[in-house]
Design a protein around this ligand. Structure first.
Ligand code: GDP
Length: 523
Protein backbone atom coordinates (compact mmCIF):
# COMPACT_ATOMS: atom_id res chain seq x y z
CA UNK A 1 0.00 0.00 0.00
CA UNK A 2 1.24 3.47 -0.78
CA UNK A 3 2.74 5.27 2.18
CA UNK A 4 0.82 8.26 3.47
CA UNK A 5 2.67 11.55 3.46
CA UNK A 6 2.47 11.95 7.26
CA UNK A 7 3.99 8.56 7.87
CA UNK A 8 6.66 8.95 5.24
CA UNK A 9 7.73 12.29 6.72
CA UNK A 10 7.81 10.95 10.27
CA UNK A 11 10.19 8.16 9.20
CA UNK A 12 12.74 10.35 7.47
CA UNK A 13 16.01 11.68 8.84
CA UNK A 14 18.12 13.79 6.51
CA UNK A 15 21.57 14.63 7.80
CA UNK A 16 25.18 15.40 6.96
CA UNK A 17 28.44 14.58 8.69
CA UNK A 18 30.70 17.47 9.59
CA UNK A 19 34.30 16.93 10.60
CA UNK A 20 37.91 17.90 10.11
CA UNK A 21 39.71 15.81 7.46
CA UNK A 22 40.96 12.49 8.87
CA UNK A 23 38.61 12.38 11.84
CA UNK A 24 36.90 9.36 10.29
CA UNK A 25 33.98 10.64 8.21
CA UNK A 26 34.52 8.19 5.36
CA UNK A 27 34.93 5.23 7.71
CA UNK A 28 31.83 6.20 9.66
CA UNK A 29 29.85 6.63 6.43
CA UNK A 30 30.83 3.13 5.36
CA UNK A 31 29.71 1.69 8.66
CA UNK A 32 26.41 3.55 8.67
CA UNK A 33 25.69 2.10 5.27
CA UNK A 34 26.89 -1.31 6.31
CA UNK A 35 24.65 -1.51 9.38
CA UNK A 36 21.88 0.17 7.43
CA UNK A 37 22.07 -2.68 4.96
CA UNK A 38 22.77 -0.35 2.04
CA UNK A 39 26.01 -2.07 1.17
CA UNK A 40 27.25 -5.59 1.67
CA UNK A 41 30.83 -4.94 2.54
CA UNK A 42 32.48 -2.05 4.30
CA UNK A 43 35.07 -0.52 2.05
CA UNK A 44 32.68 -0.09 -0.81
CA UNK A 45 32.33 3.63 -0.33
CA UNK A 46 36.00 4.02 -1.03
CA UNK A 47 35.85 1.40 -3.75
CA UNK A 48 33.06 3.29 -5.40
CA UNK A 49 34.98 6.52 -5.21
CA UNK A 50 37.87 4.82 -6.98
CA UNK A 51 35.63 3.46 -9.67
CA UNK A 52 34.10 6.81 -10.44
CA UNK A 53 37.51 8.38 -10.46
CA UNK A 54 38.86 6.02 -13.06
CA UNK A 55 35.73 6.49 -15.13
CA UNK A 56 35.84 10.22 -15.08
CA UNK A 57 38.86 12.17 -16.19
CA UNK A 58 38.10 15.41 -14.56
CA UNK A 59 38.10 13.80 -11.18
CA UNK A 60 41.79 13.14 -11.61
CA UNK A 61 42.24 16.15 -9.39
CA UNK A 62 40.46 14.33 -6.63
CA UNK A 63 42.57 11.26 -7.00
CA UNK A 64 45.86 13.10 -7.23
CA UNK A 65 45.17 15.21 -4.21
CA UNK A 66 43.29 12.59 -2.27
CA UNK A 67 40.33 14.82 -1.64
CA UNK A 68 36.67 14.42 -2.22
CA UNK A 69 35.24 17.10 -4.51
CA UNK A 70 31.89 15.62 -5.27
CA UNK A 71 28.85 15.78 -3.06
CA UNK A 72 26.73 12.69 -3.08
CA UNK A 73 23.74 11.40 -1.23
CA UNK A 74 23.23 7.99 0.29
CA UNK A 75 20.01 6.47 1.49
CA UNK A 76 19.67 3.60 3.94
CA UNK A 77 17.07 2.17 6.25
CA UNK A 78 17.50 1.15 9.85
CA UNK A 79 14.65 0.03 12.08
CA UNK A 80 11.63 2.09 11.13
CA UNK A 81 13.59 4.98 9.71
CA UNK A 82 14.78 6.08 6.30
CA UNK A 83 18.08 7.95 6.47
CA UNK A 84 19.35 10.30 3.81
CA UNK A 85 23.02 11.04 4.35
CA UNK A 86 24.29 13.96 2.33
CA UNK A 87 28.01 13.79 1.85
CA UNK A 88 30.07 16.94 1.54
CA UNK A 89 33.51 17.67 0.12
CA UNK A 90 36.19 17.52 2.78
CA UNK A 91 38.46 20.22 1.42
CA UNK A 92 37.77 23.77 2.48
CA UNK A 93 38.35 25.13 -1.02
CA UNK A 94 34.96 23.66 -1.78
CA UNK A 95 33.33 25.17 1.28
CA UNK A 96 30.58 26.85 -0.72
CA UNK A 97 29.43 23.46 -1.93
CA UNK A 98 29.37 22.19 1.64
CA UNK A 99 27.38 25.19 2.86
CA UNK A 100 24.80 24.69 0.14
CA UNK A 101 24.47 21.04 1.07
CA UNK A 102 23.88 22.02 4.69
CA UNK A 103 20.80 23.95 3.55
CA UNK A 104 19.29 20.60 2.60
CA UNK A 105 19.70 18.73 5.91
CA UNK A 106 17.69 18.70 9.13
CA UNK A 107 20.49 17.56 11.45
CA UNK A 108 24.21 16.86 11.45
CA UNK A 109 26.63 14.42 13.02
CA UNK A 110 29.84 16.04 14.22
CA UNK A 111 32.71 13.57 14.18
CA UNK A 112 35.60 14.36 16.49
CA UNK A 113 38.91 12.57 16.73
CA UNK A 114 39.19 11.56 20.40
CA UNK A 115 42.86 12.47 20.47
CA UNK A 116 42.56 15.80 18.70
CA UNK A 117 39.30 17.29 19.91
CA UNK A 118 37.76 20.24 18.06
CA UNK A 119 39.83 21.06 14.99
CA UNK A 120 39.55 24.22 12.84
CA UNK A 121 37.34 22.84 10.10
CA UNK A 122 34.96 21.24 12.61
CA UNK A 123 34.59 24.62 14.23
CA UNK A 124 33.84 26.39 10.96
CA UNK A 125 31.26 23.86 9.83
CA UNK A 126 29.70 23.89 13.27
CA UNK A 127 29.26 27.64 12.96
CA UNK A 128 27.39 27.20 9.69
CA UNK A 129 25.11 24.66 11.37
CA UNK A 130 24.50 27.03 14.24
CA UNK A 131 23.48 29.84 11.87
CA UNK A 132 20.83 27.50 10.51
CA UNK A 133 19.84 26.06 13.90
CA UNK A 134 20.76 22.57 12.75
CA UNK A 135 20.81 20.18 15.73
CA UNK A 136 24.08 18.32 16.17
CA UNK A 137 24.78 14.81 17.43
CA UNK A 138 28.42 14.32 18.42
CA UNK A 139 30.39 11.16 17.72
CA UNK A 140 33.77 10.95 19.45
CA UNK A 141 35.67 8.59 17.18
CA UNK A 142 38.88 6.57 17.47
CA UNK A 143 38.31 5.55 21.09
CA UNK A 144 40.39 2.46 20.29
CA UNK A 145 43.50 4.60 20.21
CA UNK A 146 45.31 6.84 22.65
CA UNK A 147 42.65 9.40 23.53
CA UNK A 148 42.10 12.38 25.68
CA UNK A 149 40.10 11.99 28.83
CA UNK A 150 36.38 11.97 27.92
CA UNK A 151 35.62 14.74 30.45
CA UNK A 152 38.27 16.87 28.84
CA UNK A 153 36.71 16.32 25.41
CA UNK A 154 33.29 17.33 26.73
CA UNK A 155 34.80 20.44 28.31
CA UNK A 156 36.47 21.37 25.06
CA UNK A 157 33.22 21.07 23.09
CA UNK A 158 31.48 23.30 25.63
CA UNK A 159 34.28 25.87 25.67
CA UNK A 160 35.12 26.07 21.98
CA UNK A 161 31.62 25.75 20.56
CA UNK A 162 29.64 27.33 23.39
CA UNK A 163 27.41 24.27 23.22
CA UNK A 164 26.11 22.23 26.14
CA UNK A 165 26.99 18.55 26.08
CA UNK A 166 25.13 15.51 27.36
CA UNK A 167 27.01 12.22 27.15
CA UNK A 168 24.43 9.57 26.37
CA UNK A 169 26.90 6.69 26.32
CA UNK A 170 30.19 6.33 28.11
CA UNK A 171 33.21 4.39 26.78
CA UNK A 172 34.04 1.16 28.55
CA UNK A 173 37.82 1.30 28.60
CA UNK A 174 39.82 3.17 26.00
CA UNK A 175 42.73 2.65 23.70
CA UNK A 176 43.68 -1.01 23.74
CA UNK A 177 41.11 -1.81 26.39
CA UNK A 178 38.16 -0.10 24.66
CA UNK A 179 35.52 -2.80 24.74
CA UNK A 180 32.09 -1.26 24.40
CA UNK A 181 29.71 1.51 25.35
CA UNK A 182 27.59 2.02 28.45
CA UNK A 183 24.24 3.76 28.09
CA UNK A 184 24.07 6.10 31.07
CA UNK A 185 20.32 6.60 31.36
CA UNK A 186 19.28 3.06 30.44
CA UNK A 187 22.02 1.19 32.31
CA UNK A 188 22.67 -0.93 29.27
CA UNK A 189 25.78 -2.20 27.58
CA UNK A 190 26.72 -2.87 24.00
CA UNK A 191 29.96 -4.72 23.45
CA UNK A 192 30.27 -3.46 19.89
CA UNK A 193 28.18 -3.12 16.78
CA UNK A 194 27.97 -6.88 16.31
CA UNK A 195 25.40 -6.73 19.07
CA UNK A 196 22.19 -5.50 17.54
CA UNK A 197 20.51 -4.98 20.92
CA UNK A 198 21.86 -3.31 24.01
CA UNK A 199 21.81 -5.48 27.12
CA UNK A 200 20.39 -4.13 30.37
CA UNK A 201 22.64 -4.38 33.42
CA UNK A 202 22.26 -3.55 37.10
CA UNK A 203 24.96 -0.92 37.07
CA UNK A 204 28.58 -0.22 36.17
CA UNK A 205 29.69 -2.84 38.70
CA UNK A 206 27.73 -5.64 37.04
CA UNK A 207 29.47 -8.77 35.85
CA UNK A 208 28.87 -8.00 32.24
CA UNK A 209 30.88 -4.78 32.50
CA UNK A 210 33.49 -6.37 34.71
CA UNK A 211 34.05 -9.06 32.11
CA UNK A 212 34.97 -6.44 29.56
CA UNK A 213 37.66 -4.61 31.50
CA UNK A 214 41.01 -5.59 32.99
CA UNK A 215 40.55 -5.93 36.74
CA UNK A 216 42.70 -2.92 37.62
CA UNK A 217 40.60 -0.60 35.42
CA UNK A 218 37.26 -1.58 36.94
CA UNK A 219 37.25 0.73 39.99
CA UNK A 220 38.20 3.70 37.82
CA UNK A 221 35.42 2.96 35.38
CA UNK A 222 32.82 2.75 38.16
CA UNK A 223 34.03 6.02 39.61
CA UNK A 224 34.10 7.73 36.22
CA UNK A 225 30.60 6.66 35.46
CA UNK A 226 29.35 8.01 38.79
CA UNK A 227 31.03 11.29 38.03
CA UNK A 228 29.58 11.41 34.52
CA UNK A 229 26.13 10.91 36.01
CA UNK A 230 26.56 13.56 38.64
CA UNK A 231 28.56 16.19 36.81
CA UNK A 232 27.22 16.03 33.26
CA UNK A 233 23.94 17.34 31.96
CA UNK A 234 21.20 14.85 31.19
CA UNK A 235 20.01 14.74 27.61
CA UNK A 236 17.28 17.29 26.90
CA UNK A 237 15.42 16.81 23.63
CA UNK A 238 14.17 20.36 23.35
CA UNK A 239 17.58 21.91 23.99
CA UNK A 240 19.03 19.58 21.35
CA UNK A 241 16.37 20.43 18.80
CA UNK A 242 16.96 24.13 19.38
CA UNK A 243 20.68 23.69 18.85
CA UNK A 244 21.78 24.47 22.44
CA UNK A 245 22.87 20.99 23.45
CA UNK A 246 24.56 18.07 21.75
CA UNK A 247 24.17 14.46 22.83
CA UNK A 248 27.59 12.81 22.80
CA UNK A 249 28.40 9.24 21.77
CA UNK A 250 31.74 7.48 21.96
CA UNK A 251 32.98 4.86 19.55
CA UNK A 252 35.34 3.60 16.93
CA UNK A 253 34.06 3.57 13.38
CA UNK A 254 36.98 1.44 12.30
CA UNK A 255 36.51 -1.24 14.95
CA UNK A 256 32.69 -1.15 14.92
CA UNK A 257 31.87 0.46 18.24
CA UNK A 258 29.21 3.05 18.89
CA UNK A 259 27.89 3.19 15.33
CA UNK A 260 24.61 1.51 16.19
CA UNK A 261 24.26 3.80 19.22
CA UNK A 262 24.61 6.71 16.82
CA UNK A 263 22.07 5.45 14.28
CA UNK A 264 19.58 4.79 17.08
CA UNK A 265 20.15 8.32 18.35
CA UNK A 266 19.42 9.81 14.95
CA UNK A 267 16.27 7.75 14.69
CA UNK A 268 15.09 8.63 18.19
CA UNK A 269 16.10 12.29 18.55
CA UNK A 270 17.04 13.87 15.23
CA UNK A 271 14.20 15.93 13.79
CA UNK A 272 12.05 14.71 10.95
CA UNK A 273 12.01 16.95 7.85
CA UNK A 274 11.31 20.42 9.06
CA UNK A 275 9.15 23.20 7.64
CA UNK A 276 11.07 25.23 5.07
CA UNK A 277 11.00 28.99 4.62
CA UNK A 278 9.87 30.20 1.23
CA UNK A 279 9.60 33.85 0.24
CA UNK A 280 5.88 34.15 0.94
CA UNK A 281 5.25 31.47 3.56
CA UNK A 282 6.54 28.49 5.51
CA UNK A 283 6.00 25.17 3.83
CA UNK A 284 5.19 22.27 6.12
CA UNK A 285 6.71 18.89 5.24
CA UNK A 286 3.38 17.06 5.48
CA UNK A 287 1.51 19.33 3.05
CA UNK A 288 -0.12 17.43 0.20
CA UNK A 289 1.41 19.34 -2.72
CA UNK A 290 4.97 18.72 -3.82
CA UNK A 291 7.55 21.46 -3.35
CA UNK A 292 11.31 21.10 -3.66
CA UNK A 293 14.50 23.05 -4.35
CA UNK A 294 17.79 22.45 -6.14
CA UNK A 295 20.85 22.71 -3.89
CA UNK A 296 23.45 21.16 -6.13
CA UNK A 297 24.15 20.46 -9.77
CA UNK A 298 26.54 17.76 -10.82
CA UNK A 299 27.60 17.46 -14.45
CA UNK A 300 28.92 14.40 -16.16
CA UNK A 301 28.51 11.96 -13.29
CA UNK A 302 28.59 9.40 -16.01
CA UNK A 303 30.75 10.77 -18.83
CA UNK A 304 29.25 8.24 -21.25
CA UNK A 305 26.00 10.10 -21.04
CA UNK A 306 27.26 13.67 -20.51
CA UNK A 307 24.33 14.15 -18.23
CA UNK A 308 23.65 16.81 -15.72
CA UNK A 309 21.97 15.91 -12.48
CA UNK A 310 20.20 18.43 -10.30
CA UNK A 311 20.06 17.33 -6.66
CA UNK A 312 16.66 18.28 -5.37
CA UNK A 313 15.54 18.26 -1.77
CA UNK A 314 11.86 17.52 -1.46
CA UNK A 315 10.25 19.90 1.06
CA UNK A 316 6.63 18.74 1.01
CA UNK A 317 4.14 16.45 -0.66
CA UNK A 318 5.11 13.59 -2.89
CA UNK A 319 7.42 13.77 -5.86
CA UNK A 320 6.45 10.98 -8.20
CA UNK A 321 7.93 9.76 -11.37
CA UNK A 322 6.33 11.24 -14.44
CA UNK A 323 4.67 14.14 -12.64
CA UNK A 324 4.59 17.59 -14.18
CA UNK A 325 6.20 20.21 -12.01
CA UNK A 326 6.46 23.94 -12.41
CA UNK A 327 9.89 25.51 -12.49
CA UNK A 328 9.07 28.73 -10.70
CA UNK A 329 12.01 30.78 -12.07
CA UNK A 330 10.81 30.43 -15.65
CA UNK A 331 7.16 29.62 -15.01
CA UNK A 332 7.48 26.69 -17.37
CA UNK A 333 6.27 23.14 -16.76
CA UNK A 334 8.83 20.40 -16.46
CA UNK A 335 8.19 16.69 -16.67
CA UNK A 336 9.97 14.68 -13.97
CA UNK A 337 10.24 11.57 -16.06
CA UNK A 338 13.30 9.95 -14.54
CA UNK A 339 13.98 11.09 -10.97
CA UNK A 340 16.67 8.99 -9.30
CA UNK A 341 17.62 7.81 -5.85
CA UNK A 342 21.23 7.25 -5.00
CA UNK A 343 22.48 4.33 -3.00
CA UNK A 344 26.07 3.59 -2.15
CA UNK A 345 26.48 1.43 -5.19
CA UNK A 346 23.87 2.44 -7.67
CA UNK A 347 21.27 4.90 -8.70
CA UNK A 348 17.77 3.66 -9.21
CA UNK A 349 14.69 5.26 -10.62
CA UNK A 350 12.66 6.88 -7.89
CA UNK A 351 8.95 6.17 -8.12
CA UNK A 352 8.07 8.42 -5.26
CA UNK A 353 9.95 10.63 -2.85
CA UNK A 354 8.80 12.55 0.22
CA UNK A 355 9.96 15.52 2.26
CA UNK A 356 13.55 15.04 3.36
CA UNK A 357 14.40 12.84 0.39
CA UNK A 358 16.95 13.91 -2.14
CA UNK A 359 16.46 12.90 -5.72
CA UNK A 360 18.57 13.48 -8.76
CA UNK A 361 16.82 14.98 -11.76
CA UNK A 362 18.63 14.50 -15.06
CA UNK A 363 18.39 17.56 -17.26
CA UNK A 364 20.25 19.43 -19.96
CA UNK A 365 20.73 22.73 -18.22
CA UNK A 366 17.12 23.60 -17.42
CA UNK A 367 17.69 23.52 -13.67
CA UNK A 368 19.96 25.80 -11.69
CA UNK A 369 21.09 25.94 -8.09
CA UNK A 370 18.41 27.55 -5.96
CA UNK A 371 15.55 26.70 -8.31
CA UNK A 372 12.18 25.87 -6.78
CA UNK A 373 9.88 23.21 -8.24
CA UNK A 374 6.20 23.11 -7.27
CA UNK A 375 2.89 21.71 -8.44
CA UNK A 376 1.94 25.17 -9.63
CA UNK A 377 2.34 27.42 -6.60
CA UNK A 378 4.33 30.60 -7.11
CA UNK A 379 6.82 30.33 -4.23
CA UNK A 380 10.60 30.42 -3.97
CA UNK A 381 12.63 28.72 -1.27
CA UNK A 382 15.21 30.99 0.24
CA UNK A 383 18.52 30.44 1.79
CA UNK A 384 20.66 28.53 -0.72
CA UNK A 385 23.60 30.88 -0.48
CA UNK A 386 26.05 32.25 -3.01
CA UNK A 387 29.30 33.46 -1.46
CA UNK A 388 31.34 36.35 -2.77
CA UNK A 389 34.39 34.82 -4.42
CA UNK A 390 37.73 35.44 -2.81
CA UNK A 391 39.74 34.88 -5.97
CA UNK A 392 38.93 36.70 -9.21
CA UNK A 393 40.58 35.83 -12.52
CA UNK A 394 40.28 36.47 -16.20
CA UNK A 395 40.37 33.39 -18.38
CA UNK A 396 43.02 33.50 -21.10
CA UNK A 397 42.24 31.35 -24.08
CA UNK A 398 44.97 30.05 -26.36
CA UNK A 399 42.73 30.02 -29.42
CA UNK A 400 40.69 33.23 -29.87
CA UNK A 401 38.46 31.46 -32.40
CA UNK A 402 36.98 29.53 -29.53
CA UNK A 403 35.79 32.54 -27.55
CA UNK A 404 32.12 31.71 -28.09
CA UNK A 405 32.61 28.13 -26.99
CA UNK A 406 34.42 29.34 -23.88
CA UNK A 407 31.57 31.65 -23.07
CA UNK A 408 29.10 28.78 -23.28
CA UNK A 409 31.32 26.47 -21.24
CA UNK A 410 31.80 29.07 -18.51
CA UNK A 411 28.08 29.72 -18.43
CA UNK A 412 27.45 26.02 -17.87
CA UNK A 413 30.10 25.75 -15.15
CA UNK A 414 28.61 28.76 -13.43
CA UNK A 415 25.14 27.23 -13.53
CA UNK A 416 26.58 24.15 -11.86
CA UNK A 417 28.16 26.29 -9.16
CA UNK A 418 31.74 25.27 -10.05
CA UNK A 419 32.66 28.93 -10.53
CA UNK A 420 30.89 32.23 -10.52
CA UNK A 421 30.84 34.25 -13.67
CA UNK A 422 30.74 38.03 -13.88
CA UNK A 423 30.27 40.00 -17.08
CA UNK A 424 31.70 43.53 -16.78
CA UNK A 425 29.36 46.34 -17.83
CA UNK A 426 32.10 47.88 -19.98
CA UNK A 427 32.09 44.84 -22.27
CA UNK A 428 35.54 43.56 -21.29
CA UNK A 429 36.01 39.76 -21.09
CA UNK A 430 34.21 37.87 -18.33
CA UNK A 431 35.73 37.39 -14.90
CA UNK A 432 35.51 34.11 -13.04
CA UNK A 433 35.39 33.99 -9.27
CA UNK A 434 35.98 31.13 -6.87
CA UNK A 435 35.99 30.70 -3.12
CA UNK A 436 39.02 28.34 -3.07
CA UNK A 437 42.00 27.93 -5.39
CA UNK A 438 41.34 24.25 -6.04
CA UNK A 439 38.12 25.24 -7.79
CA UNK A 440 40.26 26.94 -10.45
CA UNK A 441 42.09 23.64 -10.97
CA UNK A 442 38.79 21.86 -11.41
CA UNK A 443 37.66 24.51 -13.89
CA UNK A 444 40.87 24.25 -15.91
CA UNK A 445 40.79 20.48 -15.96
CA UNK A 446 37.16 20.33 -17.00
CA UNK A 447 37.48 23.00 -19.69
CA UNK A 448 40.34 21.02 -21.20
CA UNK A 449 38.78 17.57 -20.91
CA UNK A 450 35.13 18.19 -21.54
CA UNK A 451 35.24 21.11 -23.92
CA UNK A 452 38.70 20.83 -25.50
CA UNK A 453 39.53 24.32 -24.26
CA UNK A 454 43.02 24.66 -22.80
CA UNK A 455 43.04 27.85 -20.72
CA UNK A 456 45.16 29.83 -18.32
CA UNK A 457 44.17 32.33 -15.74
CA UNK A 458 45.47 35.83 -15.30
CA UNK A 459 45.00 38.16 -12.39
CA UNK A 460 42.12 40.57 -12.71
CA UNK A 461 42.72 44.02 -11.27
CA UNK A 462 40.04 43.26 -8.71
CA UNK A 463 40.24 41.12 -5.62
CA UNK A 464 36.97 41.95 -3.85
CA UNK A 465 33.46 41.42 -5.12
CA UNK A 466 30.16 42.46 -3.51
CA UNK A 467 26.55 42.28 -4.60
CA UNK A 468 25.03 45.74 -4.60
CA UNK A 469 21.45 46.68 -3.89
CA UNK A 470 19.46 49.41 -2.24
CA UNK A 471 17.53 52.54 -3.09
CA UNK A 472 16.82 52.41 -6.83
CA UNK A 473 17.89 55.92 -7.77
CA UNK A 474 20.98 55.84 -5.63
CA UNK A 475 21.95 52.39 -6.93
CA UNK A 476 21.57 53.65 -10.48
CA UNK A 477 23.78 56.68 -9.73
CA UNK A 478 26.39 54.43 -8.11
CA UNK A 479 26.45 52.14 -11.15
CA UNK A 480 26.73 55.11 -13.50
CA UNK A 481 29.60 56.55 -11.50
CA UNK A 482 31.51 53.24 -11.41
CA UNK A 483 30.84 51.70 -14.83
CA UNK A 484 34.31 50.23 -15.14
CA UNK A 485 33.96 48.41 -11.80
CA UNK A 486 30.48 46.97 -12.23
CA UNK A 487 29.68 43.53 -13.54
CA UNK A 488 26.59 41.32 -13.71
CA UNK A 489 26.35 37.82 -12.30
CA UNK A 490 24.58 34.89 -13.92
CA UNK A 491 21.17 36.24 -12.91
CA UNK A 492 21.97 39.73 -14.14
CA UNK A 493 22.34 41.08 -10.60
CA UNK A 494 24.97 43.82 -10.29
CA UNK A 495 28.22 43.41 -8.37
CA UNK A 496 30.82 45.99 -7.48
CA UNK A 497 34.42 44.93 -8.04
CA UNK A 498 37.12 46.61 -5.99
CA UNK A 499 40.89 46.24 -6.13
CA UNK A 500 41.05 45.67 -2.35
CA UNK A 501 39.07 45.83 0.90
CA UNK A 502 40.16 49.39 1.43
CA UNK A 503 38.63 50.46 -1.87
CA UNK A 504 35.39 48.74 -0.95
CA UNK A 505 35.23 50.33 2.49
CA UNK A 506 35.92 53.74 1.01
CA UNK A 507 32.96 53.46 -1.36
CA UNK A 508 30.72 51.95 1.29
CA UNK A 509 31.41 54.98 3.48
CA UNK A 510 30.49 57.39 0.72
CA UNK A 511 27.41 55.58 -0.58
CA UNK A 512 25.40 54.89 2.54
CA UNK A 513 22.18 54.08 0.66
CA UNK A 514 23.86 51.27 -1.27
CA UNK A 515 24.19 47.81 0.30
CA UNK A 516 27.31 45.76 -0.32
CA UNK A 517 26.70 42.08 0.37
CA UNK A 518 29.21 39.24 0.61
CA UNK A 519 26.47 36.61 0.45
CA UNK A 520 23.60 36.39 -1.94
CA UNK A 521 20.70 33.97 -1.60
CA UNK A 522 19.87 32.33 -4.87
CA UNK A 523 16.45 33.43 -6.06
P1 GDP B 1 37.96 11.31 6.78
O1 GDP B 1 39.08 12.09 6.17
O2 GDP B 1 37.31 12.06 7.90
O3 GDP B 1 36.98 10.76 5.80
O4 GDP B 1 38.65 10.06 7.54
P2 GDP B 1 38.78 8.54 7.14
O5 GDP B 1 37.53 7.81 7.44
O6 GDP B 1 39.36 8.41 5.80
O7 GDP B 1 39.82 8.09 8.28
C1 GDP B 1 41.11 8.64 8.37
C2 GDP B 1 42.05 7.59 8.94
O8 GDP B 1 41.66 7.27 10.26
C3 GDP B 1 42.02 6.29 8.16
O9 GDP B 1 43.32 5.75 8.13
C4 GDP B 1 41.09 5.40 8.97
O10 GDP B 1 41.36 4.05 8.84
C5 GDP B 1 41.40 5.88 10.39
N1 GDP B 1 40.27 5.69 11.28
C6 GDP B 1 38.97 6.04 11.07
N2 GDP B 1 38.22 5.69 12.14
C7 GDP B 1 39.05 5.12 13.03
C8 GDP B 1 38.87 4.55 14.33
O11 GDP B 1 37.78 4.49 14.89
N3 GDP B 1 39.98 4.06 14.94
C9 GDP B 1 41.21 4.10 14.35
N4 GDP B 1 42.23 3.58 15.03
N5 GDP B 1 41.41 4.62 13.15
C10 GDP B 1 40.35 5.12 12.49
Amino acid sequence: MAETIDKAVARRRTFAIISHPDAGKTTLTEKLLLFGGAIQLAGEVKAKKDKIQTRSDWMKIERERGISVVTSVMTFEYGDHVFNLLDTPGHEDFADDTYRTLTAVDSAVMVIDAAKGIEPRTLKLFEVCRLRDIPIVTFVNKMDRETRDPFEILDEIEAKLALDTAPVTWPIGRGKTFAGTYHLADNAVRRGDDEVERVKVNGPDSNRVAGLLPENEQPDFIEELELAREACRPFDLQAFREGHLTPVYFGSALRNYGVRDLIEALGAFAPQPRAQEADSRRVDAAEAKMTSFVFKIQANMDPNHRDRIAFVRVCSGKLSRGMKAKLVRTGKPMSLSAPQFFFAKTRVTADEAFAGDVVGIPNHGTLRIGDTLTEGEEINFRGVPNFAPEILRRVRLGDPMKAKKLKEALQQMAEEGVVQLFSPEDGSPAIVGVVGALQLDVLKERLANEYGLPVDFEAARFSVCRWISGDKGELHRFIEAHRGDIARDLDGDPVFLAPHEFGLNYEAERWKAVRFDAVKDYQ
